[in-house]
Design a protein around this ligand. Structure first.
Ligand SMILES: C[S@@+](CC[C@H](N)C(=O)[O-])C[C@H]1O[C@@H](n2cnc3c(N)ncnc32)[C@H](O)[C@@H]1O
Ligand code: SF4
Length: 390
């Protein structure tokens, strides 16, 4: 049976608003509109209270909150009062671990020194800044509202307040030069003292402007070999600066892995509040299984459904196959791999396929730990398709 080994509990808070919509983005993000602060606080509070009741009712054992993540959208646009209230209320409702990690996603275009100090005073101790590119030409291509100068100012200022800063990049897109990227990254790392980096290769998501542009032949996708070359060079460079890959797209200095995301990748328990957020909990009844709580995506609908009581759009009991597939695909993203004793049914793994992948040195499997070998990480999706019995 699957176990939530350490009874870890995380809280994800979704803020759905942005200054503008980026052409590649398929996250639940909407252009900012007037909001009523009190109503939002009340709805977030209702959701936390009912999730606490759910934990008690289902007899799910958990420690105090281990992490909180304000994601979006652009949470750096959140009124400080809302962030502050969520942190205070969540402490009151669930309790905090002593060393709780509280992250907030921020955009350089909405950077404001005073607000960021206030977020920190409210309890936020980790910033994740969406730098995306170090080249004004590509920032424009990506539809970003900031320029290199804004990145420099926000990072310099934020590092006076925050000791744990992560930066997001997008790279490996059509037209980007590998040497330029490597030089830009190098000078950026020389100039800034960061603790964590996320490097995402650009994906073209259905429903985005880039998807239409791609269909109309305006944007191309780079080939797999070039993508692999970008990945290899970036990994080598980051290792030289003491950032180590611990997940396909994530790199940390020692002691600075993102504990919130590790809870997802390790299939622990988390609660998701806010429009479109989802949470997953392992139940503690006789037949252990996993329940998913899905929130209404549209911000206005979400608000109206949660202002006086809590209503999820969907609550699903995941069957073992779905749950095991998810546990495996999340766990294999980690460079340390996954202990397959976490699966309810190990026979989801096709033993012939496993043997072939081991013989080809694509995966390793020892003492129940299954790992994808480093240089094959970018092929994770095809490896999973081949490995999992359908
Ligand atoms: C929730 S999103 C955005 C957070 C924040 N609003 C921002 O834009 O910086 C988190 C990250 O996902 C990455 N991302 C979003 N869409 C992507 C795409 N289509 N391909 C690759 N990375 C993407 C970006 O690096 C982004 O910072
Ligand atoms: S700012 Fe971030 S969340 Fe908002 S549209 Fe752009 S990428 Fe998406």
């Amino acid at each position: 049976m699957i176990k939530n080994n350490e009874n870890l509990l995380s809280l994800y808070v979704h803020w759905p608003y942005c200054e503008s919509k980026c052409p590649y983005c398929d996250f639940n993000s909407h252009v900012n509109e007037t909001i009523e602060i009190k109503k939002w606080i009340k709805s977030y509070k209702n959701q936390m209270t009912s999730m606490k009741n759910e934990l008690v009712k289902r007899n799910i054992s958990f420690k105090n909150l281990n992490t909180i993540f304000f994601g979006g959208g652009t949470p750096s646009l959140m009124p400080v009062e809302i962030v502050e209230s969520i942190i205070t209320l969540s402490d009151h409702i669930f309790g905090f671990c002593n060393d709780i990690e509280i992250s907030l996603e921020a955009n350089p275009s909405s950077y404001d020194s005073k607000r960021f100090k206030n977020f920190n005073r409210a309890g936020v101790n980790r910033l994740s800044i969406g730098v995306q590119s170090l080249n004004n030409k590509y920032l424009e291509f990506l539809g970003r509202l900031h320029k290199i100068e804004d990145i420099e100012i926000s990072l310099k200022d934020a590092s006076n307040t925050y000791e744990n800063i992560s930066v997001d990049f997008m790279y490996a897109f059509h037209g980007q030069n590998l040497n330029d990227w490597s030089n830009e990254l190098k000078s950026f790392l020389n100039a800034n003292n960061l603790q964590h980096l996320s490097l995402y290769q650009l994906t073209i998501e259905e429903g985005t402007k880039f998807f239409k542009d791609h269909k109309n032949g305006l944007i191309n996708i780079i080939d797999n070999d070039t993508a692999a070359e970008f990945y290899k060079i970036s990994n080598e460079l980051l290792n030289d600066y003491s950032f180590y890959n611990y997940e396909v797209s994530n790199y940390a200095k020692s002691g600075f892995k993102c504990r919130h995301n590790l809870n997802y990748w390790n299939s622990e328990n988390w609660i998701g509040i806010g429009p479109g957020a989802y949470g997953r909990l392992w139940t503690s009844d006789l037949y252990k299984n996993r329940i998913e709580y899905q929130n209404y995506k549209n911000p206005k609908t979400w608000l109206s459904k949660n202002l006086y009581q809590t209503e999820f759009e969907k609550i699903t009991s995941l069957n073992n196959y779905v749950s095991d597939t998810d546990t495996l695909s999340m766990g294999l993203r980690l460079y340390d791999g996954i202990n397959i004793s976490k699966l309810s049914n190990k026979s989801i793994i096709n033993s012939n396929s496993l043997k072939v992948l081991q013989d080809k040195n694509i995966v390793s499997f020892k003492n129940d730990i299954l790992k994808v070998n480093k240089k094959h990480m970018l092929k994770l999706n095809s490896i999973l398709n081949y490995l999992i019995n359908s």
